[in-house]
Design a binder for this molecule. Structure first.
Ligand SMILES: Cc1cc2nc3c(=O)[nH]c(=O)nc-3n(C[C@H](O)[C@H](O)[C@H](O)COP(=O)(O)OP(=O)(O)OC[C@H]3O[C@@H](n4cnc5c(N)ncnc54)[C@H](O)[C@@H]3O)c2cc1C
Ligand code: SF4
Length: 484
């Protein structure tokens, strides 16, 4: 068995883990980062879905939930975690969410200074209309004709060339995912990164963290450390805590999973849209945020359209022949449904059923999205519902009059959150308001698992900000203890 010693062992190198590691190492602590997946860089990002899905995503991008309906739950695996394959959209935690956390969970609001620190580190800026491309311009046209609120998205891509393949790795190195923006900082400050190392148990002695045990291709590895930061993501963090006998006191561990259920609508236009050119996710419409849904223009290469469109045979062939004329826009719901992650033979089994309220919200969102496509000038509107077919001549009736059932929908969940949720009360949360696991000293969670409930916006900035704050708290309060 190989043994390494550190002040802090960080598990996972994604949005939470890489940020915590860099802040802690730069603060002077000895840090070891364990990442189950491989080291990844620009050469791995060919931008071609058929190459990159198996290489960059966990289980080839085929992680799915069971339930009504089953959802695809894509997760990154490797340095940078899911940020390596994400769309680069950057939203701060909405003030209403911070207020809810404060009032209901006892969590102090994240300060502007912390958000600014994260945004500076990853180069957040608003995308320009030129780079955003014609898919975004089409959605903008529809929204503006309807008088709906929206705008170009803020993103973490420096020198972006609008190559249109963010979800398959950025081939230009422009996207400032945390493997690019934070891990090198951690390493420069002396941190050790071990890739291909799957943490399987958090070691505890006398009620306090003692380290982490992991499996690698070369055998067993043990990190002896007085503090542990778990950042394996909302699907894997609860399994690791449960396997270590930690965080189970409230009954919340593995529960309260939210995913921001998402789907898309396609419009077919007379003029070319060329949605594969430009930044895939670059324009948002938040007119209906208070009703529980937002739109984000999301595009991609033709292979992506072929996979996602609800057609087969001649209908798919016809759509693909005209793919230059297709625009796509995503719908994302702030969910009230709650799922659960359990372990079966050491692997996660995720159960998530879309409740009636969220089904109605998806229905309302699809109707509004069809309206937006008509306003933008679409000839046909294609729905993600085989039973409704497509809409023509501006007539929403086939969708409006449908008794929509969860099983009619093709959904994805890009934002798993909440499975080790933060709550000051040990009877209601897995971690406290400072992200320390209740009932044990020195074990913390700094990833999507700790985020209590849906945000209504994409979560990477929230996760990075929480990890930043946790690292600063550890540096202020535990540095001496860690070093002793
Ligand atoms: C296609 C796609 C597009 C997205 N677009 C956006 C976007 O535009 N904006 C946005 O804000 N969010 C976006 N997201 C979501 C965002 O990227 C995630 O919410 C965020 O990365 C989650 O951070 P995390 O730290 O919880 O987990 P991750 O970033 O997933 O990192 C977890 C890491 O832990 C590793 N790990 C797991 N188990 C172990 C173990 N036992 N031992 C060691 N390592 C382990 C994993 O391999 C992984 O690398 C997108 C997600 C997807 C899938
Ligand atoms: S659109 Fe920009 S950020 Fe996305 S993959 Fe292309 S160059 Fe990278």
């Amino acid at each position: 068995m190989t043994v390494l010693r550190a002040d802090v062992c960080v598990i996972g190198s994604g949005a939470g883990g890489a940020v915590a590691a860099a802040e802690l190492a730069e603060g002077g602590l000895r840090v070891v980062v364990l990442e189950e997946g491989p080291a990844r860089g620009v050469p791995d990002a060919t931008g071609r879905p058929r190459d990159t899905l198996p290489r960059l995503y966990r289980d080839g991008g085929q992680v799915a939930t069971i339930g009504r309906p089953p959802l695809m739950l894509p997760l990154g695996r490797g340095t940078g975690g899911t940020t390596f394959v994400n769309s680069g959209t950057c939203f701060r935690t909405p003030p209403a969410v911070l207020a809810r956390w404060s009032g209901e969970h006892g969590i102090d609001p994240i300060s502007d200074a912390v958000f600014e620190r994260v945004e500076a580190a990853i180069g957040v800026a608003e995308v320009t209309p030129g780079l955003a491309g014609r898919n975004a311009a089409t959605i903008r046209r529809g929204a503006e004709r309807l008088g709906w609120s929206g705008g170009y998205l803020r993103r973490n891509a420096v020198g972006c060339q609008g190559s249109g393949v963010c979800a398959f790795g950025c081939p230009t190195g422009a996207k400032q995912h945390v493997g690019e923006a934070y891990l090198p900082r951690a390493l420069a400050a002396g941190a050790t990164l071990v890739t291909g190392a799957r943490a399987d148990r958090i070691l505890v002695r006398g009620g306090a963290a003692a380290g982490v045990a992991a499996a690698t291709a070369d055998g067993r590895l043990e990190i002896r450390a007085g503090a542990v930061v778990v950042a394996a993501g909302a699907v894997h963090t609860p399994l690791l805590l449960a396997h270590s006998g930690l965080g189970g006191g409230s009954g919340a561990l593995g529960r309260h999973l939210t995913v921001h259920p998402a789907t898309a609508v396609w419009g077919v236009f007379d003029e070319p849209v060329d949605m594969s050119r430009g930044v895939p996710q670059s324009y948002y419409v938040d007119e209906f945020a208070s009703d529980g849904f937002v739109f984000e223009g999301i595009a991609g290469p033709p292979d992506y359209l072929a996979l996602a469109a609800p057609f087969a045979g001649d209908a798919l062939r016809e759509l693909m022949l005209g793919h230059r004329h297709v625009a796509q826009c995503g719908l994302m719901v702030s969910d009230h449904s709650r799922g659960r992650v359990a372990s079966v033979l050491g692997r996660p089994l995720v159960r998530y059923d879309l409740g009636a309220r969220d089904t109605a919200t998806v229905h309302a969102g699809l109707l509004r999205l069809a309206e937006l496509m008509w306003a933008a000038g679409a000839r046909r509107v294609i729905l993600p519902i085989a039973r409704a077919g497509e809409l023509r001549d501006g007539d929403p009736a086939p969708l409006r009059d449908l008794a929509l059932r969860p099983r009619d929908l093709k959904l994805m969940g890009f934002h798993p959150l909440g499975t080790a949720r933060a709550h000051e009360d040990p009877a209601r949360g897995v971690v406290d308001a400072r992200l320390a696991v209740h009932g044990v000293r020195g074990v913390h969670v700094a990833d999507g698992a700790a985020v209590p409930g849906p945000l209504g916006v994409n979560p990477q900035i929230t996760i990075m900000a929480l990890a930043t704050r946790l690292a600063h708290h550890l540096l202020a309060t535990e540095a001496t203890a860690c070093r002793s």
